[in-house]
Design a protein. Structure first.
Length: 522
């Protein structure tokens, strides 16, 4: 007989950052998966039964478990098995990596190319030269795809194929598709990709879950399709799900959810339904984020992805049936449209939220707080977006990644990664929110340094704010008696608590606990 894992423990550290009023100390004790107490070890240990396992990390800082507030977790789990294209500085380097990869299930699949800075753009001919099998390569921001002629043929895309609403088939001067697809045009090929077998997806998820634990991540807010939801349910059913998952299904699932009576907040302690995901625009990297004014030096304003009436109808229907909205909006036009449509919607069991909220017009900066809308942001995007914001948005970038301004105005801000667009490792996001500069140190002093946050504010955005956004604020997001034992011990220089981003970047998780179970220990 397999015994259940122990869910009790007593951990001593340098300091416990509880995020609960009046609760402080250097130790935490939990039993049956719930915290019994936080306080000074010399006092608390007197109450701890001798049979409870002890863990000693004398130099560590203990925080609530980090929750990644925006992931595409199954996509990332599978992408880890695809051709890795992130970091390739030229088209030639990408093509060389693709050339070395054999087809899997008949296709060559890759992930993570970024053409910003390339001297030549992606085109199908470069891929045709190395593979006759269909090739499909997701961009780093997952808002563009680069495919070869075989993939275009399978999808039936020709010079006569019209652009779908909210998407673009990039064409050459003669009108022929180049192999670059933007936004909803990506779906024309993506729908033909072979579905991974269930056992392959499940194995990939378990591997990715272990990687999350090693990074100090105990929960995720996941934005994916019904295939991913089914996989999480399989893991939970087999007792193997050890991440708290708030799952945001696509808006296409809305009719079935309404028919089945599924509401936001439904689920278990491991897997909960959030809000339906609806796209209003694209991304900065692909220049499809929808802007009020044209991108610098152009007439292009990006593009809306969903028609206004379609978006409004879906939002009203969801809210009327107790289903929250999870709305993607990056450009200032999309953010304004989201705020216009979401303000005054009936509340659900979990709050309505806007994902990314990157470029915001000054007149709109306090509207999310007034409407009680959660803002889910990804500070790690700053590591690559600073030059893009300056280049494409210019002075309007003053409303981009406005962390401190939003907090000062009472906005509920949740931080995440957008993995696989950025690393799941929260140290990168914490560094970006504290320092507001790239790993190369530029710009000196930080980009728009007035928007820097304090360390505790950043930790709250990954923990306490995330718990409130998922409706679990009475049992998660803080370390105090009665709360779930979801916590991380970080081997970190005390300078991190003074806001030293480099110090936290050099820190490492040495113990991760979820539901009282030690899932990672170094």
């Amino acid at each position: 007989m397999t015994l259940p894992p122990p869910t009790s423990g007593f951990l001593r550290a340098r300091r416990v950052m509880s995020l609960a009023p009046g609760v402080q100390g250097d130790s935490v004790w939990w039993e049956a998966g719930r915290i019994r107490g936080v306080g000074p070890a010399r006092l608390l240990e007197r109450e701890v039964p001798a049979a409870v396992p002890r863990f000693d990390f004398p130099g560590a800082l203990v925080t609530p478990g980090f929750v990644d507030g925006h992931t595409h977790f199954a996509m990332w789990a599978l992408a880890r098995r695809r051709v890795q294209l992130a970091g390739a500085s030229t088209r030639r380097e990408v093509v060389a990596r693709v050339a070395a990869a054999p087809p899997v299930q008949g296709w060559v699949l890759g992930q993570g190319w970024d053409a910003n800075g390339w001297k030549v753009p992606p085109d199908r001919a470069a891929l045709d030269a190395v593979h006759s099998a269909p090739v499909y390569l997701d961009s780093l921001d997952v808002h563009s795809a680069w495919v070869n002629s075989a993939a275009l043929a399978i999808a039936g895309i020709t010079r006569d194929t019209p652009d779908p609403f909210g998407g673009r088939i990039v064409r050459d001067a003669a009108g022929e598709p180049t192999g670059l697809l933007l936004e909803r045009a990506v779906e024309l090929v993506a729908r033909h990709l072979p579905a991974p077998p269930a056992d392959v997806l499940d194995a990939a998820l378990k591997e990715a879950q272990a990687e999350a634990h090693s990074s100090g991540v105990t929960g995720i807010h996941d934005v994916e399709d019904d295939t991913a939801l089914a996989a999480f349910r399989r893991l939970e059913g087999g007792g193997q799900l050890r991440l708290r998952v708030l799952f945001h299904p696509p808006v296409t699932s809305l009719p079935a959810m309404v028919a089945a009576g599924i509401r936001s907040g439904a689920g278990s302690e491991w897997l909960t339904i959030g809000g339906v995901k609806l796209f209003l625009d694209g991304s900065l990297g692909s220049r499809t984020a929808w802007m009020l004014e044209p991108y610098a030096g152009s007439r292009d304003r990006g593009m809306p992805i969903t028609a206004e009436q379609e978006a409004a109808d879906a939002m009203r229907s969801a809210a009327a049936h107790g289903i929250a909205l999870t709305v993607h909006a990056i450009g200032d036009a999309a953010v304004r449209r989201a705020l216009d449509l979401m303000t005054d919607l009936p509340a659900a069991a979990v709050p309505h939220r806007i994902e990314h909220f990157q470029c915001v017009h000054p007149l709109d900066l306090d509207r999310a707080a007034r409407a009680g809308i959660v803002v889910s942001m990804q500070p790690a995007h700053l590591l690559t977006d600073i030059p893009l914001v300056d280049r494409h948005w210019g002075a309007r970038g003053s409303g981009a990644y406005a962390f401190r301004t939003l907090l000062r105005r009472g906005t509920s801000v949740v931080f995440g990664s957008d993995v696989p667009v950025a690393s799941l490792d929260p140290r990168e996001g914490v560094f970006a929110a504290l320092e507001r500069k790239g790993f190369n140190g530029a710009p000196a002093g930080g980009w728009r340094p007035e928007e820097k946050l304090e360390f505790e504010e950043v930790v709250r955005a990954y923990t306490r704010a995330a718990a409130l956004a998922e409706g679990s604020g009475l049992r998660r997001g803080s370390l105090a008696a009665g709360y779930d034992a979801d916590l991380v011990a970080w081997a970190a220089d005390p300078a991190v608590e003074r806001g030293d981003g480099e110090a936290f970047r050099a820190a490492r998780p040495v113990c991760t606990v979820v539901g009282g179970e030690v899932v990672m220990r170094r």
